[in-house]
Design a protein around this ligand. Structure first.
Ligand code: HEM
Length: 297
């Protein structure tokens, strides 16, 4: 259910913002009602059915997690209720965020929404894996670096999406707005930034958008280098860990290629939704890996 929520919310959010629209990239995140309430307004369109599905599944999921948390609290002497309590807190956070924020001109709110869904799925997955008792194997530091860099990449992807930056770099290695890059560096990591809208509440992209989008691509390349190095190290010195690392690597390569295809194919909506789902799969594979290793002394 949490995967379905991630799928539906990505699809609705990006679809309503016009991802994959024509003429690309000018039309992305430009939908607004001049006479509507202020902020980047998203019209009530073809995604109505998806929206109500999203709402129903989220409610059933919330109730399920509440029951799981209550059971876990009841049996707290036998087993730790930490994960179910965390899951419930994320569900609570997501529902408050959903109710309290009608517009999408605050990237921090969208960031919370995207990351909340990803974290919730990760917690559920970790809880499922925790039911298996598996011995931990010693591992090199580079595997921990893989999980830290992946976390950074998930955050940068969510930030790129929350700022609707997909259209700021319509080509793979170059961006449209590049004149005042050094002056916009700080703004690109300012989590309290607001989207800049024109008098018709249309989104204005600028250098900050280019930096945010390009950073996401740079961290992907960094992660690629780290994963290749980790594969080499594990293959030669820790062969018992090769299989779980291969799973991470294969999903990573698929995600990397999908990211490139998205840009080259002018950001079709479905492949972008898949980009987010694969990101969650990559997180699952990495959680699996980190649960069977401990740092070598
Ligand atoms: C390989 C590791 C990667 C991971 C884990 C990753 C993860 C993500 C995530 C979580 C999002 C947010 C999706 C959403 O909810 O809207 C995203 C968005 C995006 N990613 Fe990636 N990504 C990766 C690589 C790439 C690469 C290599 C490219 C391009 C060369 C790319 C281009 C994009 C674009 C254009 C967006 C959407 C921005 C928008 O919505 O305006 N990604 N990514």
């Amino acid at each position: 259910m949490s995967l379905l929520i991630v799928f539906l919310s990505t699809h609705i959010r990006l679809g309503e913002a016009g991802l994959g629209c024509s003429p690309w990239p000018d039309c992305y995140a430009q939908l607004s009602f001049a006479d509507g309430p202020k902020g980047l307004q998203i019209p009530d369109t073809a995604f109505k059915t998806f929206r109500s599905m999203h709402r129903s599944i989220a409610s059933i999921l919330g109730l399920n997690i509440l029951v799981i948390m209550l059971i876990a609290l009841w049996f707290r002497k036998e087993t730790s209720p930490l994960l179910p309590v965390l899951m419930f807190m994320v569900v609570l956070f997501l529902s408050i965020l959903g109710i309290a924020t009608p517009t999408r001109s605050l990237p921090l709110v969208t960031l919370g929404n995207i990351l909340g869904g990803i974290v919730l799925s990760g917690l559920v997955w970790r809880q499922i894996l925790a039911t298996k008792d598996r011995p931990k194997k010693p591992a090199p530091f580079i595997l921990f670096l893989v999980s830290i860099t992946l976390t950074a990449q998930l955050i940068s992807g969510a930030w790129a999406s929350a700022n609707y930056t997909g259209s700021a770099c319509p080509e793979l290695l170059s961006c449209t707005y590049t004149s005042n890059i050094s002056e916009s560096l700080l703004d690109s990591v300012n989590v309290f930034r607001r989207l800049i809208l024109d008098s018709d509440y249309h989104l204005i992209l600028n250098e900050t958008s280019s930096i945010i989008q390009f950073n996401h691509r740079l961290i992907a390349v960094l992660l690629l280098i780290i994963i290749v190095a980790a594969l080499w190290k594990v293959k030669h010195e820790y062969p018992a860990l090769l299989k779980p690392l291969m799973v991470v690597s294969v999903i990573f390569i698929a995600e990397f290629i999908l990211g490139i295809v998205n840009v080259l194919a002018e950001m079709p909506l479905w492949t972008n939704t898949l980009h987010n789902l694969l990101a969650v799969m990559l997180l699952f594979a990495t959680i699996n890996l980190t649960m069977i290793i401990h740092l070598k002394k």
